[in-house]
Design a protein. Structure first.
Lengths: 246, 100
């Protein structure tokens, strides 16, 4: 008996890797399956099954599955993941260009005004902004995918701020840029505008009428009220269809 | 595999695990973590849905079943595999004439 209690405690600890909502809905059931699959006298979760639970739990935390019925939200979340991937690519490509430009400058083939003098600063700023941008996209994709209404609002505010920054993107930073900087400059403008368009499309999708049901948590009074009304309608219509017994 | 396990009626989680092991001749041993993330994804795709819930030994037991879309997907997948297997067998016959 104590063996079983120990084992169950071990499994419960591993289930903490799953998102809380998923655990609330499926935790008891997964626990029952795990306990049913345990060997006689087993006291601790096995290594392979622990790894499997941790991996699945983390995956579900990072990548919430949005129901097919919430089509607009699914599309918005996909766009945001694409934005995150593009942002990460921009970070890496930009970094190679900056470093490349600095190396060219260091070897004496000076292609106009280069970044060599401000090297550490430029690299640091690029990395910080790149990482922040990528994480923001992924964070918003995840939170919106989990149906958090605040995420919908935060995404919209960030898109608005991004729109304000759109004007700033067109100012030329250096008077005689080197090759890397020129590519970086025009490339970043194209990517910035592309990111802005993707963000705009995602925000638009999040506020479509079809998305609203997904963002109303089932516990909220409004959703509960809607559910009660639907249930009443269903009862009424089924009563109307079946002949009344006397 | 999971869809196949649900093809002839609803099943609960542990039932799916034992069924999948049987279908695969003992080769595939689904783990609970993998099973439940797959079930979550299949539910989001609306290929399966919860059929009913029971409480057994004080624990919740959920039975899953295929939706019409799930049945369609499974049939399409099975037809694809059958066509691939048929093509392989035909070519083996042509090449060596050893398959009987």
């Amino acid at each position: 008996m104590t063996d079983q209690a120990d084992l169950e405690r071990g499994y419960r600890r591993l289930l903490a890797w799953y998102p809380p909502e998923f655990r609330r809905e499926n935790g008891q059931e997964i626990l029952a399956v795990l306990m049913a699959g345990a060997r006689d006298g087993q006291r601790r979760p096995g290594l392979a099954e622990s790894a499997d639970l941790i991996r699945s739990g983390l995956w579900m935390r990072l990548h919430p599955s949005v129901p097919r019925s919430a089509r607009t939200v699914r599309a918005a979340v996909r766009l945001m993941y694409a934005g995150g991937a593009a942002s990460a690519a921009e970070l890496v490509i930009g970094l190679t260009l900056i470093i490349g430009d600095i190396q060219v400058a260091a070897h004496g083939q000076f292609l106009g005004h280069s970044l060599a003098a401000q090297k550490p600063l430029v690299i640091t700023v690029w990395i910080v902004f790149g990482l922040a941008g990528t994480s923001l996209w992924l964070w918003m994709a995840r939170a919106n995918g989990q149906g958090r209404n605040w995420a919908r609002i935060v995404s919209t505010v960030m898109f608005a701020l991004n729109t304000l920054a759109l004007g700033g993107a067109f100012t030329r930073p250096v008077s005689h840029p080197g090759f890397g900087v020129t590519v970086l400059y025009f490339g970043s403008i194209v990517l910035f505008v592309a990111g802005w368009l993707v963000g705009g499309a995602a925000v638009w999708l999040l506020w479509r009428p079809g998305s609203d049901a997904f963002f109303n948590p089932p516990g909220s009074t409004q959703a509960l009220h809607q559910w009660h009304m639907a249930e009443l309608d269903r009862l009424r219509s089924s009563r109307a269809r079946s002949p009344r017994r006397v | 595999m999971i869809l196949t396990a649900l093809a002839n009626g609803s099943q609960h989680g542990y039932g799916i695990i034992t069924d999948v092991r049987e279908i695969s001749g003992g080769r595939v041993r689904l783990r609970a973590g993998t099973l439940y993330s797959a079930l979550d994804r299949l539910r989001a795709e609306e290929l399966i849905r919860v059929d009913r819930e029971e409480v057994v030994d004080g624990r919740l037991r959920r039975y899953y079943r295929l939706t019409p879309a799930g049945t369609k997907r499974l049939a399409a997948e099975a037809a694809r595999l059958q066509a691939a297997a048929a093509a392989a067998l035909t070519r083996l016959n042509l090449a060596g004439g050893m398959a009987t």
